[in-house]
Design a protein around this ligand. Sequence first.
Ligand code: NAP
Length: 179
Amino acid sequence: MVKIPDGSRAFIVGRFQPFHYGHLKLIKQILKDNDSVIIGIGSAQYSHTLKDPFTAGERHIMISSSLESEGIYQFYLVPIEDVNSNPLWVAHVESLTPRFNKVYTNNPLVRRLFGEKGYDVHSMELMNRDSWSGTHIREKILNGENWKDDVPQPVWELIEEIDGVNRLIDLSKTDEDVI
Ligand code: NAP
């Protein structure tokens, strides 16, 4: 395990499409046991698709504004593009982030890749998955249902500012819909 002289630093990665209250609660929980947390913005190269509608920069603002509005400042945000080799992915993450000694994930692949490199890997499930789920929230946005209650205010403000609802609606259309 990596020894960090200046305290414990945890790592969590997700796509955060979008960042929601489940993610916020998870990060607060991690900070109870660690001095700081590195938040990897996964699949950073993707945006403008139904599964990954928001850019890494937009997700960066969603996360940093939400945490700062809660008085949380012990975090590092690092956009991480995918690589086409799973065995190389941990080294890729390490090359982009400050050193860390604990990994929090529920993703079996992420757990295996970091475990094989000797990291202390912890499971932490997201809560209230009926509402706090990126997939459900994107569906609600598309269906015109109330989704703002599932995300921190800075997130819905950012989505409004970038015309995010119409972005998702446009992404769901085919060429024939436009004609
Ligand atoms: P993800 O793709 O962000 O999420 C997958 C699913 O798991 C989503 O439904 C997500 O819900 C849910 N989820 C996320 N955290 C959870 C938790 N703690 N408990 C229960 N469910 C949870 O996957 P991820 O594990 O959060 O992030 C992994 C990132 O690493 C991805 O960007 C992936 O591409 C990247 N990665 C890349 C490589 C490579 O490049 N070779 C290899 C491994 C991983 P929400 O949508 O609500 O968050």
